[in-house]
Ligand binder design. Structure first.
Ligand SMILES: [Zn+2]
Length: 333
């Protein structure tokens, strides 16, 4: 059976650490510091080399689309965006790479990021993104990302949202209301939404209704379970929210593992939140094979050369075994 998969959140720019960088277990702020240190020194060629290793894995496991969140700040400046733009062209027959110019480190730490994000938009990235937990005033951070997005056309606006999981770090209601007021709908994605898992039931249900009303999408990254609870995936889906899955980090200072196999990430979510009944399994598989509602991407998908054939037929078998597909390439004219 022919299948293909979609990865809605990946940090290709810092994955697959190459020597002298290597993973060591330490507190998260320490590993974030090592990441910032590496970002100062990594050249464009090194970024391309690391990202290519991740893309090769994703391709081998039947992924045809990856939305990658590429850091733009005073450390990387625009090197990582330039590297990924070159890879986007090189890989265009195998994987569609949508690039989000991403403010991972915050405006407080690096105020020059605002200018750099505007420059990145001019270079032809597909979207812009922020990180609601990184600056002292998360609401101002969100507003500023929206303002920059409005200064230029882009397909996607994406936020690492309430990534810490803390109850006092809960900006999803604010984000959902802003998306409703600005009528941005599925142009906006909230990634992680971990705090939603920890707030009380009444507030959680009210927020889920607000997210559904806004029509924004939510991306969950199952590997985040290593450090905090995943968001309320079933409740969001039952309320009509579109759910997407992402690999998040691959073999970097935040995750020394990471296969790039979307079936394996779906399997992890199945275990953690008991997607066990046939209907659950079919729903989960439908999320990793859902195309973005975007004409540009859908046209590009028709031009891909790869065919990924799985000898297993049922979704339950695919989820249980997360196998490699057999790859063949069509001759493109
Ligand atoms: Zn992430």
């Amino acid at each position: 059976m022919i299948r293909k998969w979609f990865n809605y959140h990946a940090h290709l720019d810092k994955g697959f650490l190459i020597p002298p960088y290597k993973y060591k277990d330490a507190a998260a702020p320490k590993r974030a510091e090592w990441t910032r240190e590496a970002k100062i020194h990594m050249t464009k060629e090194e970024i391309k080399k690391s990202a290519s290793l991740a893309l090769e894995k994703m391709h081998q496991f039947g992924t045809v689309y990856v939305r990658t969140h590429v850091d733009v700040d005073s450390l990387f400046e625009l090197r990582a965006v330039e590297a990924l733009l070159e890879l986007k062209e090189q890989w265009k027959e195998k994987i569609i790479i949508d690039i989000i110019a991403f403010n991972q480190e915050g405006f407080d730490r690096f105020p020059e990021t605002e200018v750099l994000l505007k420059e990145a938009l001019k270079l032809g990235v597909n979207g812009i993104g922020g990180h609601t937990s990184i600056d002292k005033n998360g609401k101002e951070h969100i507003d500023k990302i929206f303002q920059i997005a409005e200064s230029s056309y882009c397909d996607w606006i994406e936020f690492h949202t309430d990534e810490t999981g803390r109850e006092d770090d809960f900006l999803l209601p604010y984000l959902a209301n802003e998306v409703t007021n600005r009528q941005l709908k599925d142009k906006v994605t909230a990634i992680h939404c971990c705090s939603l898992a920890n707030v009380d039931e009444v507030l959680a249900q009210k927020t889920i209704e607000e997210v559904a009303l806004s029509e924004m999408t939510v991306t969950t990254c199952p590997t985040a379970i290593a450090t905090r609870k995943l968001t309320r995936v079933k409740d969001l889906a039952n309320a009509g929210v579109t759910i997407q899955l992402g690999s998040d980090n691959l073999r970097d200072y935040f995750n020394p593992l990471g296969s790039g196999n979307m079936l394996q990430y779906a399997q992890l979510l199945a275990y953690v939140q008991r997607f066990y009944e046939l209907e659950d399994i079919n729903q989960l598989i439908s999320w990793i094979e859902a195309k973005p509602e975007n004409e540009r991407v859908q046209k590009q998908l028709e031009k891909l050369s790869g065919q990924f054939e799985y000898p297993l037929y049922t979704n339950s078998e695919l989820l249980a075994e997360a196998p490699h597909p057999k790859i063949s390439h069509l001759n493109l004219i």
